[in-house]
Design a protein. Sequence first.
Length: 351
Amino acid sequence: MKPKTTIPVKTPTGEYPIHIYDGVLTDAGAKLRELGFAGKCAIVTNPTVGQYYAGKLTESLTDAGFSPVLCEIPDGEQHKTLATVAGLYDRFLAAGLERGNPVLSLGGGVTGDIAGFAAASYLRGVPFVQIPTSLLAMVDASVGGKTGVDLPQGKNLVGAFKQPEMVLIDPLVLETLPGAEFRSGLAEVVKHGIIADETLLEKLRAGDFSLGWMIAAAVRVKVSVVEEDPFESGRRAVLNLGHTFGHAFEKLSDFRLRHGEGVAMGIVCAARLAQSLGHCTPETTARITDTLAFLDLPTEPPAHPFESIWAAMGADKKKAAGKLRFVLPRAIGDVDIFADVPRSVVQSILE
Ligand SMILES: NC(=O)c1ccc[n+]([C@@H]2O[C@H](COP(=O)([O-])OP(=O)(O)OC[C@H]3O[C@@H](n4cnc5c(N)ncnc54)[C@H](O)[C@@H]3O)[C@@H](O)[C@H]2O)c1
Protein backbone atom coordinates (compact mmCIF):
# COMPACT_ATOMS: atom_id res chain seq x y z
CA MET A 1 0.00 0.00 0.00
CA LYS A 2 1.20 3.52 -0.83
CA PRO A 3 2.08 5.68 2.18
CA LYS A 4 -0.51 8.19 3.39
CA THR A 5 0.91 11.54 4.36
CA THR A 6 -0.78 14.10 6.57
CA ILE A 7 0.81 17.51 7.05
CA PRO A 8 -0.69 19.68 9.79
CA VAL A 9 -0.78 23.43 9.18
CA LYS A 10 -0.92 25.90 12.07
CA THR A 11 -2.89 29.08 11.40
CA PRO A 12 -3.54 32.16 13.56
CA THR A 13 -6.90 30.64 14.52
CA GLY A 14 -6.21 26.91 14.70
CA GLU A 15 -4.87 24.06 12.62
CA TYR A 16 -5.93 22.09 9.55
CA PRO A 17 -4.60 18.92 7.90
CA ILE A 18 -3.33 18.42 4.35
CA HIS A 19 -3.92 14.77 3.41
CA ILE A 20 -1.82 13.49 0.51
CA TYR A 21 -2.29 10.00 -0.94
CA ASP A 22 -3.52 8.11 -3.98
CA GLY A 23 -7.28 7.80 -3.77
CA VAL A 24 -7.94 10.42 -1.07
CA LEU A 25 -10.59 11.88 -3.40
CA THR A 26 -12.81 8.88 -2.77
CA ASP A 27 -12.33 9.30 1.01
CA ALA A 28 -13.53 12.93 0.90
CA GLY A 29 -17.00 12.19 2.30
CA ALA A 30 -15.69 10.13 5.23
CA LYS A 31 -13.02 12.74 6.02
CA LEU A 32 -15.59 15.54 5.97
CA ARG A 33 -17.86 13.60 8.30
CA GLU A 34 -14.91 12.97 10.66
CA LEU A 35 -14.58 16.75 10.94
CA GLY A 36 -18.14 16.88 12.25
CA PHE A 37 -19.97 18.11 9.15
CA ALA A 38 -23.29 16.71 7.93
CA GLY A 39 -26.11 17.61 5.55
CA LYS A 40 -25.67 19.93 2.61
CA CYS A 41 -22.42 20.92 0.94
CA ALA A 42 -21.46 22.57 -2.35
CA ILE A 43 -18.91 21.32 -4.88
CA VAL A 44 -17.40 24.08 -7.03
CA THR A 45 -15.70 22.82 -10.19
CA ASN A 46 -15.42 23.52 -13.92
CA PRO A 47 -16.45 21.26 -16.83
CA THR A 48 -12.83 20.31 -17.66
CA VAL A 49 -12.13 18.86 -14.22
CA GLY A 50 -15.72 17.99 -13.38
CA GLN A 51 -16.05 15.54 -16.28
CA TYR A 52 -13.39 13.34 -14.68
CA TYR A 53 -13.82 13.80 -10.94
CA ALA A 54 -17.15 15.42 -9.97
CA GLY A 55 -18.92 12.05 -10.15
CA LYS A 56 -16.39 10.37 -7.84
CA LEU A 57 -16.51 13.19 -5.33
CA THR A 58 -20.32 13.34 -5.38
CA GLU A 59 -20.51 9.61 -4.80
CA SER A 60 -18.05 9.74 -1.90
CA LEU A 61 -20.05 12.55 -0.28
CA THR A 62 -23.42 10.87 -0.85
CA ASP A 63 -22.09 7.59 0.57
CA ALA A 64 -21.09 9.48 3.70
CA GLY A 65 -24.61 10.87 4.08
CA PHE A 66 -24.10 14.34 2.56
CA SER A 67 -26.42 16.07 0.07
CA PRO A 68 -23.94 17.71 -2.30
CA VAL A 69 -24.99 20.35 -4.83
CA LEU A 70 -22.76 20.67 -7.89
CA CYS A 71 -21.93 24.28 -8.87
CA GLU A 72 -20.10 24.57 -12.19
CA ILE A 73 -18.14 27.65 -13.13
CA PRO A 74 -16.52 28.24 -16.53
CA ASP A 75 -12.86 27.20 -17.01
CA GLY A 76 -10.14 29.83 -17.34
CA GLU A 77 -8.42 32.74 -15.60
CA GLN A 78 -10.67 35.16 -17.56
CA HIS A 79 -13.56 33.92 -15.42
CA LYS A 80 -11.78 34.58 -12.11
CA THR A 81 -14.08 37.55 -11.57
CA LEU A 82 -16.62 38.97 -9.15
CA ALA A 83 -19.35 38.02 -11.66
CA THR A 84 -18.44 34.32 -11.29
CA VAL A 85 -18.48 34.68 -7.49
CA ALA A 86 -21.92 36.37 -7.69
CA GLY A 87 -23.13 33.43 -9.77
CA LEU A 88 -21.98 31.09 -6.99
CA TYR A 89 -23.89 33.07 -4.33
CA ASP A 90 -27.04 32.55 -6.45
CA ARG A 91 -26.39 28.80 -6.61
CA PHE A 92 -25.64 28.56 -2.87
CA LEU A 93 -28.86 30.45 -2.01
CA ALA A 94 -30.97 28.42 -4.40
CA ALA A 95 -29.59 25.24 -2.80
CA GLY A 96 -30.35 26.55 0.68
CA LEU A 97 -26.70 26.40 1.77
CA GLU A 98 -26.45 27.57 5.38
CA ARG A 99 -23.75 28.84 7.75
CA GLY A 100 -22.32 25.45 8.74
CA ASN A 101 -22.44 23.87 5.26
CA PRO A 102 -19.03 23.52 3.62
CA VAL A 103 -17.98 24.61 0.14
CA LEU A 104 -15.56 22.22 -1.59
CA SER A 105 -13.28 23.39 -4.38
CA LEU A 106 -12.44 20.72 -6.96
CA GLY A 107 -10.02 22.09 -9.56
CA GLY A 108 -6.88 24.07 -10.25
CA GLY A 109 -5.74 27.30 -8.66
CA VAL A 110 -8.36 29.35 -10.48
CA THR A 111 -11.24 27.27 -9.07
CA GLY A 112 -9.68 27.28 -5.58
CA ASP A 113 -9.23 31.05 -5.53
CA ILE A 114 -12.82 31.66 -6.70
CA ALA A 115 -14.50 29.03 -4.48
CA GLY A 116 -12.42 30.11 -1.48
CA PHE A 117 -13.41 33.73 -1.89
CA ALA A 118 -17.07 32.75 -2.29
CA ALA A 119 -16.80 30.62 0.89
CA ALA A 120 -15.07 33.47 2.75
CA SER A 121 -17.81 35.96 1.92
CA TYR A 122 -21.11 34.03 1.55
CA LEU A 123 -23.10 34.51 4.79
CA ARG A 124 -19.92 36.18 6.18
CA GLY A 125 -18.07 32.91 5.80
CA VAL A 126 -18.85 29.20 5.53
CA PRO A 127 -16.40 26.28 5.96
CA PHE A 128 -14.11 25.61 3.00
CA VAL A 129 -12.30 22.50 1.71
CA GLN A 130 -9.61 22.49 -0.96
CA ILE A 131 -9.27 19.57 -3.39
CA PRO A 132 -6.59 20.86 -5.76
CA THR A 133 -6.28 19.00 -9.07
CA SER A 134 -3.39 20.77 -10.83
CA LEU A 135 0.22 20.39 -9.67
CA LEU A 136 0.45 24.16 -9.15
CA ALA A 137 -2.66 24.20 -6.98
CA MET A 138 -1.41 21.21 -4.96
CA VAL A 139 1.99 22.64 -4.10
CA ASP A 140 1.14 26.31 -4.00
CA ALA A 141 -2.36 27.79 -4.43
CA SER A 142 -4.26 25.47 -2.06
CA VAL A 143 -1.94 26.10 0.88
CA GLY A 144 -1.74 29.34 2.82
CA GLY A 145 -5.28 30.68 2.87
CA LYS A 146 -5.10 33.28 0.12
CA THR A 147 -8.26 33.45 -2.02
CA GLY A 148 -9.57 36.04 -4.42
CA VAL A 149 -10.43 37.19 -7.89
CA ASP A 150 -9.10 39.50 -10.59
CA LEU A 151 -10.34 42.97 -11.55
CA PRO A 152 -10.00 44.50 -15.03
CA GLN A 153 -7.17 46.59 -13.50
CA GLY A 154 -5.11 43.57 -12.46
CA LYS A 155 -4.80 40.07 -11.04
CA ASN A 156 -5.84 39.08 -7.52
CA LEU A 157 -6.87 42.61 -6.54
CA VAL A 158 -9.88 41.52 -4.44
CA GLY A 159 -9.72 38.71 -1.94
CA ALA A 160 -9.63 37.41 1.59
CA PHE A 161 -7.59 35.14 3.78
CA LYS A 162 -9.68 32.01 4.24
CA GLN A 163 -8.14 29.00 5.96
CA PRO A 164 -9.61 25.68 4.80
CA GLU A 165 -10.94 22.94 7.10
CA MET A 166 -8.67 20.52 5.22
CA VAL A 167 -6.84 20.06 1.92
CA LEU A 168 -7.12 16.76 0.05
CA ILE A 169 -4.35 16.08 -2.47
CA ASP A 170 -4.85 13.02 -4.67
CA PRO A 171 -1.82 12.54 -6.95
CA LEU A 172 -3.90 10.17 -9.13
CA VAL A 173 -5.88 13.08 -10.58
CA LEU A 174 -2.71 14.41 -12.22
CA GLU A 175 -3.12 11.65 -14.81
CA THR A 176 -5.53 13.85 -16.79
CA LEU A 177 -3.62 17.11 -16.31
CA PRO A 178 -2.16 18.26 -19.67
CA GLY A 179 1.65 17.89 -19.84
CA ALA A 180 2.25 21.61 -20.28
CA GLU A 181 0.26 22.34 -17.10
CA PHE A 182 2.24 19.69 -15.24
CA ARG A 183 5.55 21.23 -16.34
CA SER A 184 4.31 24.67 -15.35
CA GLY A 185 3.60 23.30 -11.85
CA LEU A 186 7.09 21.78 -11.74
CA ALA A 187 8.55 25.30 -11.91
CA GLU A 188 6.91 26.03 -8.54
CA VAL A 189 8.23 22.73 -7.15
CA VAL A 190 11.75 23.77 -8.22
CA LYS A 191 11.13 27.17 -6.61
CA HIS A 192 10.25 25.50 -3.31
CA GLY A 193 13.38 23.33 -3.55
CA ILE A 194 15.56 26.41 -4.03
CA ILE A 195 13.87 28.18 -1.13
CA ALA A 196 14.32 25.44 1.44
CA ASP A 197 14.88 21.86 0.25
CA GLU A 198 18.07 20.87 -1.51
CA THR A 199 17.08 17.18 -1.56
CA LEU A 200 13.93 18.02 -3.49
CA LEU A 201 16.00 19.78 -6.13
CA GLU A 202 18.48 16.89 -6.29
CA LYS A 203 15.72 14.32 -6.76
CA LEU A 204 14.10 16.33 -9.54
CA ARG A 205 17.44 16.64 -11.30
CA ALA A 206 17.92 12.88 -10.96
CA GLY A 207 14.56 12.37 -12.70
CA ASP A 208 12.84 11.02 -9.57
CA PHE A 209 9.22 12.02 -9.93
CA SER A 210 7.63 9.96 -7.15
CA LEU A 211 4.56 12.18 -7.10
CA GLY A 212 3.38 11.69 -3.53
CA TRP A 213 6.85 12.33 -2.15
CA MET A 214 7.58 15.28 -4.42
CA ILE A 215 4.26 16.99 -3.68
CA ALA A 216 4.61 16.46 0.07
CA ALA A 217 8.15 17.89 0.05
CA ALA A 218 7.06 20.97 -1.90
CA VAL A 219 3.98 21.45 0.30
CA ARG A 220 6.15 21.28 3.46
CA VAL A 221 8.24 24.20 2.21
CA LYS A 222 5.14 26.30 1.56
CA VAL A 223 3.66 25.32 4.94
CA SER A 224 6.77 26.34 6.86
CA VAL A 225 6.84 29.73 5.13
CA VAL A 226 3.14 30.53 5.60
CA GLU A 227 3.13 29.36 9.23
CA GLU A 228 5.88 31.87 9.92
CA ASP A 229 4.08 34.69 8.12
CA PRO A 230 0.36 33.91 7.70
CA PHE A 231 -0.68 37.39 6.54
CA GLU A 232 2.20 38.07 4.16
CA SER A 233 3.80 40.84 6.14
CA GLY A 234 7.42 39.85 5.60
CA ARG A 235 9.14 36.50 5.11
CA ARG A 236 6.35 35.07 2.93
CA ALA A 237 7.66 37.24 0.10
CA VAL A 238 10.39 34.59 -0.47
CA LEU A 239 7.67 32.59 -2.25
CA ASN A 240 7.90 35.24 -4.96
CA LEU A 241 11.30 33.93 -6.06
CA GLY A 242 11.38 34.33 -9.84
CA HIS A 243 8.04 36.14 -9.88
CA THR A 244 9.16 39.76 -10.28
CA PHE A 245 10.85 38.86 -13.57
CA GLY A 246 8.35 36.11 -14.33
CA HIS A 247 5.25 38.29 -14.11
CA ALA A 248 6.89 40.85 -16.37
CA PHE A 249 7.67 38.18 -18.99
CA GLU A 250 4.11 36.82 -18.76
CA LYS A 251 2.63 40.27 -19.17
CA LEU A 252 4.88 41.18 -22.12
CA SER A 253 3.88 37.94 -23.88
CA ASP A 254 0.23 38.98 -23.49
CA PHE A 255 -0.08 35.91 -21.23
CA ARG A 256 0.82 33.47 -23.99
CA LEU A 257 3.61 32.28 -21.70
CA ARG A 258 2.32 30.02 -18.97
CA HIS A 259 2.83 31.17 -15.40
CA GLY A 260 5.34 28.40 -14.68
CA GLU A 261 7.30 29.18 -17.84
CA GLY A 262 7.58 32.83 -16.80
CA VAL A 263 8.60 31.73 -13.31
CA ALA A 264 11.26 29.35 -14.66
CA MET A 265 12.87 32.13 -16.71
CA GLY A 266 12.43 34.45 -13.74
CA ILE A 267 14.22 32.07 -11.38
CA VAL A 268 17.20 31.90 -13.76
CA CYS A 269 17.26 35.72 -13.95
CA ALA A 270 17.12 35.91 -10.14
CA ALA A 271 20.08 33.51 -9.89
CA ARG A 272 22.09 35.50 -12.46
CA LEU A 273 21.28 38.71 -10.61
CA ALA A 274 22.34 37.15 -7.29
CA GLN A 275 25.58 35.99 -8.90
CA SER A 276 26.28 39.43 -10.40
CA LEU A 277 25.76 41.03 -7.00
CA GLY A 278 28.10 38.51 -5.38
CA HIS A 279 25.36 36.78 -3.35
CA CYS A 280 25.67 33.33 -4.94
CA THR A 281 28.28 31.31 -6.78
CA PRO A 282 28.27 30.50 -10.51
CA GLU A 283 27.78 26.85 -9.46
CA THR A 284 24.46 27.69 -7.79
CA THR A 285 23.23 29.47 -10.92
CA ALA A 286 24.37 26.56 -13.06
CA ARG A 287 22.57 23.98 -10.86
CA ILE A 288 19.33 25.94 -10.96
CA THR A 289 19.47 26.50 -14.71
CA ASP A 290 20.42 22.91 -15.40
CA THR A 291 17.53 21.54 -13.29
CA LEU A 292 14.94 23.72 -15.02
CA ALA A 293 16.31 22.82 -18.46
CA PHE A 294 16.26 19.12 -17.53
CA LEU A 295 12.55 19.52 -16.72
CA ASP A 296 11.96 21.03 -20.17
CA LEU A 297 11.28 24.47 -18.77
CA PRO A 298 12.56 27.59 -20.55
CA THR A 299 15.64 29.21 -19.02
CA GLU A 300 16.46 32.10 -21.33
CA PRO A 301 14.49 35.33 -20.84
CA PRO A 302 12.52 36.54 -23.87
CA ALA A 303 14.13 39.21 -26.02
CA HIS A 304 12.14 42.31 -25.04
CA PRO A 305 13.81 45.72 -24.81
CA PHE A 306 15.11 46.29 -21.28
CA GLU A 307 12.94 49.41 -20.88
CA SER A 308 9.74 47.47 -21.38
CA ILE A 309 10.80 44.66 -18.99
CA TRP A 310 11.78 47.23 -16.37
CA ALA A 311 8.44 49.04 -16.78
CA ALA A 312 6.51 45.77 -16.59
CA MET A 313 8.38 44.84 -13.38
CA GLY A 314 7.87 48.29 -11.89
CA ALA A 315 4.11 47.99 -12.22
CA ASP A 316 4.25 44.72 -10.32
CA LYS A 317 2.65 44.52 -6.87
CA LYS A 318 5.97 43.55 -5.32
CA LYS A 319 7.12 47.18 -5.43
CA ALA A 320 7.73 48.24 -1.83
CA ALA A 321 7.99 51.94 -0.99
CA GLY A 322 8.70 52.82 -4.61
CA LYS A 323 11.66 50.43 -4.86
CA LEU A 324 11.73 47.10 -6.63
CA ARG A 325 12.46 44.20 -4.32
CA PHE A 326 13.99 40.99 -5.56
CA VAL A 327 14.01 37.57 -3.95
CA LEU A 328 17.46 36.14 -4.69
CA PRO A 329 19.17 32.84 -3.89
CA ARG A 330 22.32 32.86 -1.75
CA ALA A 331 22.58 29.08 -2.14
CA ILE A 332 20.21 26.17 -2.69
CA GLY A 333 17.97 26.22 0.38
CA ASP A 334 18.82 29.81 1.30
CA VAL A 335 17.04 32.79 -0.29
CA ASP A 336 16.59 36.35 0.84
CA ILE A 337 14.77 39.54 -0.01
CA PHE A 338 16.84 42.39 -1.41
CA ALA A 339 15.76 45.99 -1.89
CA ASP A 340 17.87 48.62 -3.61
CA VAL A 341 19.16 46.46 -6.44
CA PRO A 342 20.78 48.86 -8.93
CA ARG A 343 18.89 49.12 -12.18
CA SER A 344 22.18 48.87 -14.11
CA VAL A 345 22.87 45.38 -12.72
CA VAL A 346 19.38 44.20 -13.62
CA GLN A 347 19.97 45.57 -17.12
CA SER A 348 23.33 43.84 -17.42
CA ILE A 349 21.94 40.38 -16.68
CA LEU A 350 19.07 40.81 -19.13
CA GLU A 351 21.14 42.05 -22.06
N1 LIG B 1 -4.09 31.49 -3.63
C1 LIG B 1 -2.80 31.36 -3.80
O1 LIG B 1 -2.00 31.38 -2.87
C2 LIG B 1 -2.28 31.15 -5.20
C3 LIG B 1 -0.94 30.79 -5.40
C4 LIG B 1 -0.50 30.55 -6.70
C5 LIG B 1 -1.38 30.70 -7.76
N2 LIG B 1 -2.67 31.07 -7.54
C6 LIG B 1 -3.62 31.23 -8.64
O2 LIG B 1 -3.78 29.97 -9.25
C7 LIG B 1 -4.18 30.17 -10.61
C8 LIG B 1 -3.40 29.22 -11.49
O3 LIG B 1 -3.68 27.90 -11.10
P1 LIG B 1 -3.53 26.69 -12.13
O4 LIG B 1 -2.21 26.75 -12.75
O5 LIG B 1 -3.94 25.49 -11.41
O6 LIG B 1 -4.54 27.08 -13.29
P2 LIG B 1 -6.01 26.56 -13.62
O7 LIG B 1 -6.82 26.44 -12.42
O8 LIG B 1 -6.52 27.43 -14.72
O9 LIG B 1 -5.74 25.09 -14.19
C9 LIG B 1 -5.07 24.92 -15.42
C10 LIG B 1 -5.92 24.12 -16.41
O10 LIG B 1 -5.87 22.75 -16.05
C11 LIG B 1 -7.19 22.23 -15.87
N3 LIG B 1 -7.08 21.18 -14.88
C12 LIG B 1 -6.83 21.30 -13.55
N4 LIG B 1 -6.70 20.09 -13.00
C13 LIG B 1 -6.89 19.18 -13.96
C14 LIG B 1 -6.86 17.75 -14.00
N5 LIG B 1 -6.57 17.03 -12.92
N6 LIG B 1 -7.14 17.15 -15.19
C15 LIG B 1 -7.40 17.88 -16.30
N7 LIG B 1 -7.39 19.21 -16.34
C16 LIG B 1 -7.14 19.86 -15.18
C17 LIG B 1 -7.99 23.45 -15.48
O11 LIG B 1 -9.37 23.27 -15.67
C18 LIG B 1 -7.38 24.48 -16.40
O12 LIG B 1 -7.91 24.37 -17.69
C19 LIG B 1 -3.96 31.63 -10.91
O13 LIG B 1 -5.22 32.30 -10.94
C20 LIG B 1 -3.14 32.14 -9.74
O14 LIG B 1 -3.39 33.49 -9.44
C21 LIG B 1 -3.12 31.29 -6.28
